[in-house]
Design a protein around this ligand. Structure first.
Ligand SMILES: Cc1cc2nc3c(=O)[nH]c(=O)nc-3n(C[C@H](O)[C@H](O)[C@H](O)COP(=O)(O)OP(=O)(O)OC[C@H]3O[C@@H](n4cnc5c(N)ncnc54)[C@H](O)[C@@H]3O)c2cc1C
Length: 453
């Protein structure tokens, strides 16, 4: 198969607004020891940097990837931008990225989503859809009115129901994993806080997020944190591009990375790594096809591949009228896709679409771009969910350490986790904590006054 422009294994496309020049910054230690170092240039890192902007504290962001954005990544393809990571402004009316989009001149599309619809009822009649969504509503009712003591979302379903695979597929899209691994308390905290408005940025959510980085935060791309030493008054960061000394660190790395062994951390941070291990990333991937002229596809329509298969893809057709079809995979479906070669994953989606539209559909579809979040070492999956019984791990993970290490990232948000706006808000929180700490003179002054931040 021809090389795709943004397959994550390949060299990133610089179409996200970053020049190659910025990559070169990564090997230069341009600023002498910054006051604050942010680890990770995703939505949380950029959110923190925006909040620190103009504060008078010098700030540097170090990012392992050769691009900013993390799980926010708009890929420039021959038929326009597509989002390989976040694409929807969830809870859009109260989502801070909506206001930032307006501020930066991005258009926000406020149309209703086509998610619940099935184009021409293909493979999923309206009567079956009503039954399936009713099963989902019943499950939602039960986890609120009579939640199982196990806190395990799977314990509130009827395994014999014909709609159990449908519920498992939804769990894959919403949480990235099967209901067996999902905490009910965590799921409900998100669901109760979220609103029904889901909007989009036609030029790309990823592009919006990377465009929002303030110019006074130095960005060092291709710079991986490898170890951290807390024994002296200054924090010493060992990175792939040399040593950095700083007063305060804000971690925004994904839970899987924090819990893993890629970064050598002092044992004092073990409780944070333990909390991160209880908030693993599920699996979520996207495949994009180009739709060619003459095919059966209509703008802004949707099909679910197979409502009786928990691994099924969900297909958004010609969003904004672009000649594109997005296959979104979650849980088991995403695990299978990331274990396959890119070509095999596209073949799997081709077969599912052929089952709905007929075998002739293949000639109207061309592979365009694919994600591989699970296979990207500095990310490791889709988005976080709490394991049963461990919803409070989010608060544990969000606690500061020693008034000089602060934790942000989507997994630290106790209601809006798994989203780009939750990540942003967590970055703001951590930036506030860091500034309060520095205002009190850092760790030793805090210890002297006994003041808690
Ligand atoms: C397929 C998919 C679809 C999604 N859809 C939506 C959606 O529609 N709406 C929505 O709101 N959210 C969505 N999300 C979730 C959203 O993208 C994330 O919640 C959000 O982007 C996470 O931001 P973050 O800053 O917390 O983490 P990240 O984006 O993971 O940022 C952390 C950064 O840290 C870097 N890093 C890691 N280790 C190191 C190290 N040692 N040294 C230096 N840097 C390091 C990483 O490379 C990364 O860039 C989706 C995610 C996926 C994968």
């Amino acid at each position: 198969m021809a090389r795709l422009p943004c397959a994550i294994r390949s060299t990133p496309d610089p179409g996200d607004g970053q020049s190659k020049q910025q990559g070169a910054i990564s090997t230069l230690m341009t600023t002498s020891d910054p006051d604050i170092v942010i680890i990770g240039a995703g939505a949380a890192g950029i959110g923190a940097a925006r909040h620190l902007s103009g504060s008078g504290y010098s700030t540097a962001i170090i990012e392992q990837l050769p691009r900013a954005g993390g799980r926010a990544w708009t890929c420039a393809t021959s038929v326009g931008p597509v989002d390989l990571g976040c694409g929807w402004l969830h809870s859009a009316g109260r989502n801070p990225w909506t206001e930032i989009a307006t501020e930066l001149g991005f258009t926000v599309d406020r149309r209703l989503t086509a998610w619940g619809e099935q184009f021409r009822d293909l493979g999923f009649s309206s009567a079956d859809r009503a039954e399936a969504w009713d099963a989902f509503a019943q499950w939602n009712k039960q986890i609120r009115s009579n939640p199982p003591a196990s806190d395990r979302a799977a314990d509130a379903i009827d395994p014999a129901s014909r709609w159990t695979p449908f519920l498992q597929a939804l769990s894959g899209y919403i949480s990235g994993d099967e209901l067996e691994h999902i905490s009910i308390a965590d799921y409900v905290a998100y669901d109760d806080a979220s609103t029904e408005d889901n909007w989009r940025v036609p030029d790309g959510y990823g592009r919006l997020i990377t465009s929002a980085r303030p110019s006074d935060a130095e960005l060092r791309l291709g710079t991986a944190l490898e170890g951290l030493d807390l024994t002296g008054r200054n924090i010493v960061l060992q990175t792939s591009a040399g040593t950095i000394r700083t007063r305060v660190v804000i971690f925004t790395i994904a839970s899987n990375v924090l819990a893993g062994d890629a970064i050598k951390l002092p044992s004092a941070l073990d409780p944070w790594r333990q909390a991160a291990s209880l908030l693993p990333l599920g699996k979520n991937e996207k495949l994009y096809f180009e739709t060619l002229d003459g095919g059966p596809f209509e703008d802004e329509t949707h099909v679910l591949g197979d409502p009786h298969d928990s691994r099924t893809g969900t297909y958004y057709i010609r969003p904004f009228g672009k000649p594109v079809l997005e296959c979104f995979l979650g849980g088991a479906g995403a695990r299978i896709a990331s274990a396959m070669s890119g070509e095999a994953a596209f073949d799997h989606a081709f077969s599912q679409l052929a089952g709905l539209f007929g075998s002739g559909v293949r000639k109207y579809l061309k592979p365009l771009a694919a994600s591989n979040w699970a296979g990207t070492p500095s990310i490791g999956g889709g988005y976080s969910h709490a394991l049963p019984g461990h919803a409070d791990a989010r608060l544990q993970l969000a606690r500061p350490f020693d008034s000089r290490i602060f934790f942000a990232g989507e997994a630290t948000h106790h209601t809006d986790f798994s989203t780009a706006h939750g990540a942003y808000e967590s970055g703001q929180r951590a930036a506030n904590e860091a500034m309060s700490s520095l205002a009190y003179g850092g760790r030793s002054d805090l210890a002297a006054t006994g003041k808690q931040v």
